[in-house]
Write a protein that binds this ligand. Structure first.
Ligand SMILES: [Zn+2]
Length: 371
């Protein structure tokens, strides 16, 4: 059975804690990194329906987008809702983990999933609000001559060696590796107790830190040696920009009626409000899963025609009007749901790839929703 820290490592490989917005309480909210996990429930919120469903499904870990401890608490008083929720989770020995703004910011995160669910291509999308850049690592590996192409392909397939639109970017030099196999080893070449000199290539490449675990796994699997010699160095370089929200330009402009239908049909909600700003169709579409009110100015500054998000207030509408930006409000929860479903699929994939049978459930119980 995997432990909580193993599940956390999968989640942080996808959405590193270091990219979250300052002060956002992401990561393990409640529980023990060493606790064993037999079932996981994935939900938008750590609320009473999620706790009840976790108990009903035998889940010992709840993975949410919104954090449990978003506001600072001065007590856990069970006569108050937050206190009762936390005390109940502790009694149930439920481990709660949240991937919040780090899941918003990471390239495959909440808004990317929203866009893909709406059928919008994210490939050449711009970031709506840049918050930083991907951390990059340099990988150096020593490979016996003749295996370099296999290894290069494996590294590229796992996400290393990508610079702009160029893949398989590496540099290699030839040299001599030495080693002496010890007792009980099963060397690919040479024999135990004898110094070996091997004709090897030193291959260098670059990778985003978020791909580290997958790249190292692919390298070790593709390399013929029993013990693979490799180094990873942090780089003081700016990687690809990351941030909140996306701007996408589809090939054809989309009319408002079609955008509303897409939101209703694909996000499974009837609660879609819109303001068209007198325009018939929209080409440059800003998107942000969740609550996008604070990004209206960024969307207008980046010349978006329309902004699809949730939780817009009256004054957001007035600011959008002043800046000539049309709005679609498809709901905070509905615009984040595709990201939550993706999180469940991602965890299931990682667990199965490592041979775990841990159950991963998507929340089916409905929390409070506007009628
Ligand atoms: Zn949210």
């Amino acid at each position: 059975m995997p432990e909580v820290k193993k599940i956390a490592s999968y989640l942080e490989e996808l959405a590193p804690l270091s990219i979250a917005m300052p002060g956002d309480p992401v990561g393990l909210q409640l529980g023990s990194p060493d606790a064993e996990v037999s079932n996981i429930l994935v939900a938008l919120d750590p609320d009473f329906p999620a706790l009840e469903e976790a108990a009903a499904k035998g889940a010992d870990m709840l993975v949410t987008h919104h954090p449990l401890f978003y506001h600072q608490l001065s007590s856990i008083n069970e006569s108050r809702p937050e206190g009762a929720l936390i005390a109940g989770a502790i009694r149930d020995r439920l481990n709660i983990y949240s991937a919040h703004t780090n899941l918003d910011i990471v390239p495959r995160g909440i808004t990317c999933q929203l866009a893909e669910t709406l059928g919008l291509q994210v490939e050449n999308a711009e970031i709506l609000e840049v918050t930083g850049s991907e951390h990059l690592l340099k990988l150096v590996v020593f490979v016996p001559v003749g295996h370099e192409n296999n290894i290069r392909d494996a590294l590229a397939a796992a996400g290393a060696g990508q610079i702009g639109n160029y893949s398989h970017c590496t540099f290699q030099v030839r040299g001599t590796g030495t080693f002496m196999p010890g007792e009980g080893t099963d060397p690919y070449i040479g024999s135990s107790g004898k110094l070996e000199k091997a004709d090897e290539l030193r291959i260098e490449t670059i990778l985003p830190a978020t791909r580290r675990a997958g790249v190292v796994k692919a390298l070790v699997e593709a390399h013929p040696y029993e013990e693979v010699a490799y180094d990873l160095y942090p780089l003081d370089l700016e990687g690809k920009a990351i941030g909140m929200g996306l701007i996408i330009e589809p090939e054809k402009a989309l009319p408002m009626a079609q955008l509303i239908q897409l939101c209703k049909g694909r996000l499974n909600t009837e609660l879609v409000r819109s303001w068209s700003n007198g325009k018939d169709s929209f080409r440059r579409i800003a998107l942000c899963g969740g609550s996008g009110g604070s990004m209206i100015e960024s969307a207008a500054r980046k010349k978006a025609d329309i902004f699809i998000s949730g939780d817009f207030r009256y004054h957001d509408l007035k600011r959008a009007e002043a800046m000539g930006l049309a709005l679609v409000d498809a709901g905070h929860d509905a615009t984040e749901k595709p990201g939550i479903e993706f999180l469940g699929r991602y965890l299931e994939e990682k667990l199965r790839a490592d041979g775990y049978e841990t159950g991963v459930f998507q929340q089916t119980s409905a929390g409070a929703k506007w009628d």
